[in-house]
Design a protein around this ligand. Sequence first.
Ligand SMILES: [Mg+2]
Length: 414
Amino acid sequence: MKISDLVITPLAFADPPLLNSTGVHEPLALRTVVQLVVDGASAGEVVGLGEGSGERDVLDRLELVRAAIIGQSVFDTGAIELIVNAVLGPDVTPIQKRAVFSIVEVACLDAQGKLLGVPVTDLLGGAVRHTVPYSAYLFYKWAAHPAAPGGGSPDQWGEALDPAGIVAQACRMIDLHGFRSLKLKGGVFHPEDEIAAIRALAVAFPGMPLRIDPNGAWSVKTSKYVAGELAGVLEYLEDPTLTTAAMAEVAQVASMPLATNMCVISPETVPEAVRLDAVQIVLSDHHYWGGLRHTRELGAICDTFGLGMSMHSNSHLGISLAAMTHVAAATPNLAYACDTHYPWNSADDVITTPFAFVDGALAVPAGPGLGVELDQDRLAELNKRYVDSGRTTRADTAYMRLVDPLYDPMLPRF
Ligand SMILES: [Mg+2]
């Protein structure tokens, strides 16, 4: 059961012009897929899949890790984590190390599941739910990418720059996927406009849980104001302002829970948040909490301190979605609908059978392993797109400046 290779493939997939507090998504999102090759002895060769950030530094670190883990047992994820930490050395932060290890750990668990003939969920203690609910991830967006040849043609989602546009987007998301909770990426327009959008959603979808996440675009004063205006309307308010101390000030007056994937992002950041009672819900993300088992451990941390647990998402494809679904199914207190960008990106997926939401939820893949199969032709196609693009990093602000040369990403903006 020894690891014999780690094939690392960067790729680029189509992404709509989604607006956020630092700019706008570029026409291509970058991602990395790994194929962990394991000599399964009598079981034959097995390949475990992992997916994570496509940033150049992550790729470089994966290359360093590759040589060091060949020959290790695929079941020794604890030892592999120590190897990753040692190889990357003291100049790489613990959070950066976890981002690398998480990709490898998911590939190890996929391979383990394939060797044992069980789903990854079974390796995490078993499923406590058989379907995992996701929320519709709504974005302000342009109709088309400005940088596309000829100025770009409108995508199928069209423009969403005001409350009516956001409600129309929500209707389409719900028609297509059946979502039963709604999250709006905010921090784009004046808070009064975003309050109006949330109120419009509340009118259009009575009783449906609503969230807004301005990614720290608001001052403490503005955050307190918005919390007051949306009292009784929001399920939770996500990262209204930057820093744990500032979140704590907002939490003192907010009637709804505050959630975060920006100030509690690692075990080291939990104590201050607990001491200050700064947040009430932690958004997990196995990509930066160090894999699926550490995400389950985060569940225990949240239980210990009486914190709720939800799940954060970045632009991703189906291997990540499979991993997210397995860990959500195996984490009892991950009780909120999870975030996912998948509806925005699934047309370019690298798995042979893309996921389909039913009533806004996914059935836990039956496995073995993650329960997904890699489409090698599509992987090669998206890798060529990555190479041809010449891109190595995400640059939402630089892309926004093509349209608005004076765009200032400094936060808080409002
Ligand atoms: Mg967030």
